[in-house]
Write a protein that binds this ligand. Sequence first.
Ligand code: F6R
Ligand code: MG
Ligand code: MG
Length: 373
Amino acid sequence: MEGKKVTISVIKADIGSLAGHHIVHPDLLATASRVLAEAKRKGLIIDFYVTGVGDDLQLIMTHTKGEDSPDIHGLAWDAFKKAAQVARDLGLYAAGQDLLSDAFSGNVKGMGPGVAEMEIEERKAEPIITFHADKTEPGAFNLPLFRVFADPFNTAGLVIDPRMHEGFRFQIMDVYEGRVVELSSPEEMYDILALIGTTGRYVVKRIYRKTDGMIAAVVSSERLNLIAGKYVGKDDPVAIVRAQHGLPAVGEVLEAFSFPHLVAGWMRGSHVGPLMPVAQRDAKCTRFDGPPRIVALGWQIKNGKLIGPADLFDDPAFDETRRTAQIVAEYIRRHGPFMPHRLGPEEMEYTTLPQVLEKLENRFKKVETHTGK
Ligand code: F6R
Ligand code: MG
Ligand code: MG
């Protein structure tokens, strides 16, 4: 099967959780696993792994149907629907939250779940990492992925390995306008940064190796509030990154997460906080519903089979990152409802804040100002 095409699909949704927005109940994991096991038995998928990260149910699947397959998306939808029913039966919190529509129409994109899919030609040995974050948004991957694929201070291979030396092509999505642009690193590095520094709008969607166009990374880009037009939950993102053998090493990929950078999405999807890399067992948000967390699962893909996972942030080497994140969390929390801890007005548009402002509208009185108006 070497050289054959295989697709890795990571599809996630928050369809109800235990004790508020804390963790996925084991019965939901079991229900989704049963649906996927049946699909594996029938030969629709090659392999699967079901897990929970914070309040998000995560489906990791391999198959040969390609990206955007109605069969695979339909399967994920079915797994979420059945698990959501269990969530309702158990009285879990926000049961069915991310399933924004009742009728499945061939693709889960735009319907609530987050999706990262990558069709690859399996290499002789195929190490990949799936990332799963909670209480943040797709733009949270902009900074670390830039560092992995464009910053030689993070990734030594950009300097040393001839297969990477030409750099990478970044496909960047404008999530407000639903359009993409491709920019080339290192030549257009500053243009890339000019866009992706605006994390709420421009999202790194895909990254390709320039020497041969090989796909190296993909990120989910769904933003629930933009789809629903109001705040209905957070777009906790997922990503797939290939590693080694002419791509960044697993350790170069992980190194980019050693800085707990500030991301949007904490408490009510309305606050900024540090992204804390954690072991799977610590992927449960508590303090102020956070702080935002990320899990990295390491896999080898063999004939489409998922070998693993290795829980990559389950390592004392990330203890200092976590400690820094705690200090940053402590510092930024003291701002309470003030910016920049609370998001700016553009981002608050999709929360309940506009209703508060509307209520106050006719209590505002015009006064003389010196602004020329
Ligand atoms: C959900 C999340 C939480 C909720 C918060 C309020 O993933 O990020 O911070 O936004 O717990 O939830 P409700 O409005 O459902 O009480
Ligand atoms: Mg939630
Ligand atoms: Mg979540």
